[in-house]
Write a protein that binds this ligand. Structure first.
Ligand code: GUN
Length: 201
């Protein structure tokens, strides 16, 4: 039920074999969906398609970099919407962060999210429709928090995970940062936890 990820039930991080060693191809049903909806491979892993970008724009003050007090004015679309799909051949969305909060809405399947906060706190929760067992179907990831995701096996969507993501202001690569390798993870969470999470970098 919880859209507040802090309240989502904690899940152990136990990736199944096809997450560690991806399949060669998606199952036929997911291949069909990728084809019909013209989803493309995402740099972070998985497949995606931007399905809406608000034609309205907004001007924002943005710090020139993370440590800077100087700001510049940037223009962004007011919102964007994507489909994002994980499949057995591309079962991981690698750690990245956005300066803006991102709203996630489950469409089909099951997965698991791992968040790393700037203070090194790690939060992991399952996404799915089995709310009685702690799965959530809407979740909002705060801005500035690293996020990774991986597939959880499921029969109802042929081992896939399909979600929608809404970003306000709209997505721009300038607002997006990939984690810089295992070293950055280790600095944030320490050596023990980083060994457990290294498959998501
Ligand atoms: N282009 C590349 N990645 C993304 C993303 O995550 N969202 C949107 N809207 N566009 C993108």
């Amino acid at each position: 039920m919880s859209a507040n990820v802090q309240e989502a039930a904690d899940a152990a991080i136990e990736p199944v074999s096809f997450v560690k060693v991806p399949a060669l191809e998606p199952p036929t049903s997911l291949q069909q969906l990728i084809h019909d909806w013209q989803l493309i491979k995402h740099r972070e892993g998985g497949y995606f398609k931007e399905t809406d970008r608000s034609p309205l724009t907004m001007d924002l003050e943005k710090p020139q970099n993370e440590d800077s007090t100087d700001s510049t004015t940037v223009t962004r679309n007011q919102s964007t919407l994507i489909y994002y799909l994980l499949t057995p051949d591309s079962p991981i969305g690698k750690f990245h962060k956005n300066i803006n909060r991102i709203t996630h809405i489950l469409q089909r399947g099951k997965g698991q999210y791992v968040l790393v906060y700037p203070d090194g706190q790690v939060k992991s929760f399952r996404v799915g429709f089995d709310y009685k067992n702690g799965e959530v179907s809407q979740w909002v990831v705060p801005g500035g928090v690293f996020k990774a995701s991986f597939l959880v096996p499921n029969e109802e969507f042929d081992n896939g995970l399909l979600i929608s993501e809404v970003v306000v202001p709209g997505f721009d690569f300038e607002d997006h940062t990939f984690m810089k390798g295992e070293d950055e993870l280790k600095t944030l969470v320490g050596p023990e936890k980083s060994a457990e999470l290294a498959f998501l970098v």
